[in-house]
Design a protein around this ligand. Structure first.
Ligand code: 8IG
Length: 277
């Protein structure tokens, strides 16, 4: 049994095994676009098209069960409208704060590549630094600050991260929703939310959004050769930006309230990506 946590294991080999299991269980030999659904994005995958198969994460090598309320522990193969292309939709992610290591965090990304995907859409729920982005506002990620002090890249492998969040895909999203703003996403380690001083620091550093995911996955996606689109859903104002304390219930409610706009955006974006592929 290949164990991702064992340094002697090749994580790309586990990803290939996972992709083989997904192909077998879904009866879809190759997928085209991968989608990671973060907090608040749970049901938005449904508008993309018909779900052809659902696979429990526990049945796929290297995957873990969901750790957080509001996340589902399965992945799906979804027909992208009538394009003939297929989306690999991850209903949850493994977070860095769970402590299972960076390999576990980026395993879904590497598996997506091994499953044939050339594009990955990373979504998340996050805190916003701009009061005008009320809870339920989707924001495109234009760049990131990785404050985890970790990297998914192993060895002396100097991966370039210029234009990590694809300008081409951001332009595509803007054509679908011209009102979309863009921002710099700051990944903290979590699982606690930031102090107001840390949020103020993130702002000084050029951040617009604060969260606990996405940057390590985006780096792994670049290393794997995937084109990346990142979309954040601002579910709360970051600590100190508003004077109400943060709660996970607020996060879940904002996601439910924004499901319509975000679902429509995601479906349109994925369909356009598939048509252009
Ligand atoms: I949802 O305000 C969500 N995730 N770090 N800060 C951080 N992560 C988050 C936040 C937030 N909201």
């Amino acid at each position: 049994m290949l164990d991702l946590a064992d340094p002697a294991t090749d994580p790309f080999e586990v990803a290939q095994h996972a992709a083989d299991v997904i192909a077998e269980r879904t009866a879809v030999p190759r997928h085209d676009v991968a989608l990671v659904l973060g907090s608040g994005w749970g049901r938005t995958g449904d508008l993309i098209g018909q779900t052809l198969a659902t696979v429990d994460n526990a049945d796929v090598p290297g995957f873990r069960r969901a750790a957080v309320e509001g996340h589902s522990g399965s992945l799906r193969s979804v027909a992208i409208g009538s394009t003939g292309r297929h989306a690999l939709v991850y209903g949850t992610r493994t977070h860095f704060y769970e402590g299972h290591g960076v390999r576990a965090v980026v395993h879904a990304v590497r598996t997506a590549r091994a499953a044939g995907c050339s594009t990955i859409v990373l979504t998340n729920g996050c805190g916003g630094l701009h009061p005008e982005w009320g809870p339920g506002t989707p924001v495109l990620i234009k760049d990131h600050l990785n404050l985890t002090a970790a990297s998914p890249v192993e060895g002396a492998n100097f991966v370039d991260l210029t234009d990590l969040y694809s300008p081409r895909l951001r332009a595509l999203a803007h054509r679908i929703d011209p009102g979309l703003d863009e921002g710099v996403y700051v990944q903290f380690r979590g699982p606690h939310y930031e102090t107001p001083a840390e949020v103020a620091m993130a702002k000084v550093l050029g951040g617009d959004l604060v969260g606990m995911s996405t940057t390590l996955e985006a780096i792994a996606a670049r290393q794997a050769g995937l084109e990346v689109l990142g979309i954040s859903l601002v579910t709360n104002l970051a600590a100190g930006i508003s004077d109400t304390p943060l709660s996970h219930q607020e996060v879940i409610r904002a996601g439910q309230a924004a499901a319509g706009r975000c679902g429509a955006l995601l479906a349109a974006v994925v369909t356009k990506i598939a048509q252009d592929a």
